[in-house]
Design a protein around this ligand. Structure first.
Ligand SMILES: Cc1cc2nc3c(=O)[nH]c(=O)nc-3n(C[C@H](O)[C@H](O)[C@H](O)COP(=O)(O)OP(=O)(O)OC[C@H]3O[C@@H](n4cnc5c(N)ncnc54)[C@H](O)[C@@H]3O)c2cc1C
Length: 376
């Protein structure tokens, strides 16, 4: 398999890298502090506007629908570069593109026309509100004009700041997906208590109190089996890419720190115990990257089943690898790693989130095993 980047893929990666370093990095510590202090939610409009100006609100969306029409490989590269610096922004954009725009492409024409240009241009941010199991919170019942939605979902990415909600609810034992504006009567978006990590991802609690949703807003009946597989696999690839960005960010910081820190008269990167950690970080990074690149290549070659399989494996490798690189990154920084003076502790906290997004790695492992055993 040849993963030589095309000029366009190279340009997208560079654009994301430059944006992350020049525009996201300078304010990151301040945004973290603001969230940690319980102050007003950081105003992300400038950062978001910049990203959306680059077209990152509609990365995979066809040009004639207002998007950039990038391939999956470019989507992956951009998310890695952003997440190397600011995993929260990577997570926001991953969900917005893969699940928000991904689902809205299947909406009825009037809704598509209303939302897709706004999502692509960044005038609206999408949030995916997922029911974790069928007994759980979000319940939809049929009404004369559509559906009534009731329930609460906690810890939702962009759940405190989203404009468009894609609610995955239980309708008489079946999962349905309903699209609705956050500013709808009966919908409340609240900030969650301080999260361990991904503090810039607008994590919030979404409450639906007898919310009336039009019958045209139901999306699951409009998507094919292949379409659904693509949306899910793209979400997995997005999370794998965010996780890979965290791994690279944490590992780079540790590698550079270990080169300049001296103890016992020599650089700490000359100690075997630390060198082993650097080696383990590196193979985990490269194996996650390999899986993610193969997943993206399968998507771009029109192989949805292989895409889904590899994207889930990449996501699992990424979640495990990010937790490892985050933890060992702090260890390599020693006591300083435990302070907020360095980025190491932030990467460690952000990394833990990647083991929980999208239903947690336990469910993901179940799914991977079931597919391999042939139960799916
Ligand atoms: C950073 C972050 C971002 C998130 N973003 C979103 C979002 O955008 N949208 C959204 O809807 N939700 C989001 N969530 C919520 C996330 O989907 C849930 O936290 C996750 O699915 C676990 O559900 P729970 O918290 O109810 O834990 P529980 O379901 O109570 O699970 C507790 C533990 O048991 C395990 N477990 C549960 N069921 C099983 C099972 N059947 N087999 C084996 N193990 C099991 C879980 O994996 C977990 O380890 C986010 C969470 C985090 C941390």
């Amino acid at each position: 398999m040849d993963f030589t980047l095309s000029d366009q893929q190279d340009a997208v990666r560079d654009m994301a890298r430059r944006y992350a370093v020049e525009r996201l990095l300078p304010g990151i510590a301040e945004r973290e502090e603001q969230v940690a202090s319980g102050g007003p939610w950081p105003d992300l409009s400038r950062e978001r506007a910049g990203l959306f100006e680059l077209g990152f609100g509609g990365m995979l969306l066809p040009e004639d629908e207002g998007g950039l029409e990038l391939d999956h490989l470019s989507f992956h590269l951009a998310l890695v570069e952003l997440s190397k610096v600011d995993p929260s922004m990577g997570q926001l954009l991953s969900n917005h593109n893969a699940l928000g725009v991904g689902w809205m492409r299947h909406a009825e024409p009037r809704l598509k026309e209303l939302w897709l240009p706004r999502l692509a241009a960044g005038q609206a941010l999408a949030s995916w509100v997922r029911m974790d199991d069928l007994q759980q919170p979000l319940q939809a019942v049929v009404t004369e004009r559509g559906f009534e939605l009731t329930g609460v979902k906690r810890m939702v990415t962009a759940g405190a700041i989203g404009d468009l909600l894609l609610a995955n609810a239980n309708l008489e034992g079946r999962r349905v997906v309903l699209a609705l504006q956050a500013a709808t009567e009966g919908v409340t978006l609240e900030r969650e208590p301080l999260s361990l990590g991904l503090r810039g991802a607008g994590i919030g609690r979404v409450t639906f109190t007898q919310v009336q949703v039009d019958e045209n807003a139901r999306l699951d009946t409009r998507i094919s089996g292949k379409g659904l597989m693509l949306v899910r696999a793209t979400a997995s690839l997005g999370w794998a890419s965010v996780a890979l960005g965290i791994m690279e960010g944490a590992a780079d910081a540790a590698r550079l720190y270990s080169a300049q820190r001296e103890q016992f008269g020599r650089s700490i990167n000359s100690f075997e115990a630390l060198r082993f950690k650097l080696a383990d970080m590196q193979w985990k990074i490269e194996s996650t990257r390999g899986l993610a690149l193969r997943a993206a290549a399968a998507a771009d070659a029109g192989q949805p089943t292989e895409f889904a399989r590899l994207a889930d494996l990449a996501r699992l490798a990424g979640a495990d690898g990010a937790a490892f690189c985050g933890r060992e990154g702090v260890q390599i920084h020693g006591g300083y790693g435990y302070s907020r003076e360095y980025h190491a502790e932030r990467f460690m906290r952000d990394a833990r989130g990647m083991e929980l997004v999208g239903g947690g790695v336990e469910g993901l492992r179940e799914q991977i095993a079931a597919r391999w055993i042939g139960e799916e």
